[in-house]
Design a protein around this ligand. Structure first.
Ligand code: NZQ
Ligand code: ZN
Length: 388
């Protein structure tokens, strides 16, 4: 293993009716609140009214910023920063999926920063400890943003979708009530499932040695998702399926399986580049790209893909080479994602080869991306072409 430190300060508040914890959790940070939410799902589901009721009961004064986009935009982050500065707000309550939470993190980091907030995302300028505290009410199992320090922001004008990470933007608390995810439509539920599995893959395919426990934890998450997903997509309001998926999503990207290993993340860089140019759902992009990435790396390093096949997809290794097992593993993954309704090709989103160069260039944040197998420009171009 690599040397590592683990510090996750987010308080997780999990279960039915936990929205009432807002009154207990928020006052420690102040009562002047920016309420941040997305395009309206929380109004349709009735969650907005519940949150407003809770905030009224604690005599909070509330400024609202709705309309945070899926793949949240820098322009919305800037609006949020202005609102907090103008109204001298103390706290951000993010109610929604990963996009709303990521937007909250960028706003939080941008408020005390003297320059342009894009410098924090793009140039990795330091995030200050005086960043505005955040709390979240999660409505969609997918990103793990509710219990990590990552934020992914889209600068649409520059076709750039990039991320930053800081200990200062971890949510102080996150409320996870499975019932709040009942209204997530089938397609978004599937994208969430693909994202959760992809987060495990990004960390499972690492460049370090001797990490059997981290790998076994990752495999346990994958097993649980694979068992639960087909049931969930056919019974979207089932509390038990939703609660299991919600916890899967959080544990897949809260640092647990990344301890002591150099994680890959190349497929995420490529997906962010595709979304930056074509604005497609993150999980949809991953469903298309991950099998192609696996095929690409299996050509030189099939062993971990083979391990995944044996341990997660129950392949019989008798008499087979790693290359054969890897090919079967990728086939199993494809079949599984197709069976729950995930997209398979970029053309499903109307994407053709016109922007391959721009997407390749956007994915290459460094000379090489990826750790399990470092990828060059040419590798990324090939993966994208194979994904058309
Ligand atoms: O905007 P509203 O109206 O709320 O609708 C959203 C949105 O249209 C809807 N939705 C969310 N909860 C719902 C619901 N609809 C009905 N009922 C509910 N309970 O779902 C749509 C997608 O929401 P979004 O927040 O965009 O989805 P997700 O949670 O998948 O977040 C995706 C974003 O997170 C980034 C992605 O790149 C993308 O920008 N990521 C963030 C990460 C992180 N912070 O650690 C890691 C990930 O790898 C990822 O890159
Ligand atoms: Zn992801």
């Amino acid at each position: 293993m690599e040397n590592f430190q683990f510090h996750n300060p987010t308080k997780l508040i999990f279960g039915k009716g936990q929205i009432s914890s807002l009154q207990k959790e928020i006052p420690a940070y102040g009562k002047r609140i920016l309420l941040l939410y997305g395009g309206g799902s929380i109004k349709k589901s009735g969650l907005y009214d519940k949150v407003i009721r809770e905030l009224k009961e604690m005599d909070a004064s509330v400024v609202e910023l709705g309309g945070v986009e899926p793949n949240p935009r820098l322009t919305t982050v800037r609006k949020g920063i202005s609102l907090i500065r103008e109204n001298q707000l103390d706290f951000i309550l993010a109610v929604g999926g990963g996009s709303v939470i990521d937007c909250a993190k960028a706003i939080a980091a941008g408020v005390p920063y003297n320059g342009d907030v894009w410098d924090i995302v793009h140039k990795k300028e330091k995030v200050l400890p005086s960043s505005v505290p955040i709390g979240t009410v999660l409505t969609l199992a997918a990103t793990g943003s509710e219990m990590n320090g990552n934020s992914v922001i889209t600068n649409w004008e520059e076709n750039a979708k990039e991320s930053f990470n800081s200990i200062h933007v971890y949510p102080r608390f996150s409320i996870l009530d499975p019932e709040l995810t009942f209204s997530v439509p089938r397609d978004q539920t599937v994208y969430g499932i693909v994202d959760i599995m992809s987060h495990v893959f990004e960390q499972y395919f690492h460049a370090s040695s001797n990490a059997p426990l981290q790998e076994r934890i990752g495999e346990a998450i994958l097993h649980t998702v694979i068992e639960m997903a087909p049931k969930l997509v056919n019974d979207l309001s089932n509390y038990e399926y939703r609660e299991v998926m919600l916890l899967n999503g959080t544990l897949a990207l809260n640092g647990l399986t990344a301890m002591g290993v150099n994680t890959d993340w190349a497929t995420h860089y490529i997906e962010h580049a595709v979304s930056a140019v074509h604005d497609i759902p993150h999980g949809g992009g991953l469903a298309i790209l991950f099998p192609r990435w696996m095929e690409h790396v299996a050509a030189t390093r099939p062993e971990k893909v083979a391990q995944l096949g044996v341990r997660v997809f129950d392949l019989d290794p008798a008499g087979k080479t790693d290359a054969q097992l890897a090919a079967e593993a990728i086939q199993s993954l494809r079949a599984f994602w197709t069976s729950i309704g995930a997209p398979t090709n970029l053309s499903d989103y109307g994407i053709d080869d016109k922007e391959i160069e721009l997407m390749t260039q956007r994915a290459m944040i460094n000379e090489k991306i990826g750790k399990y197998v470092p990828l060059t420009n040419e590798d990324v171009r090939k993966i994208l072409k194979n994904s058309l």
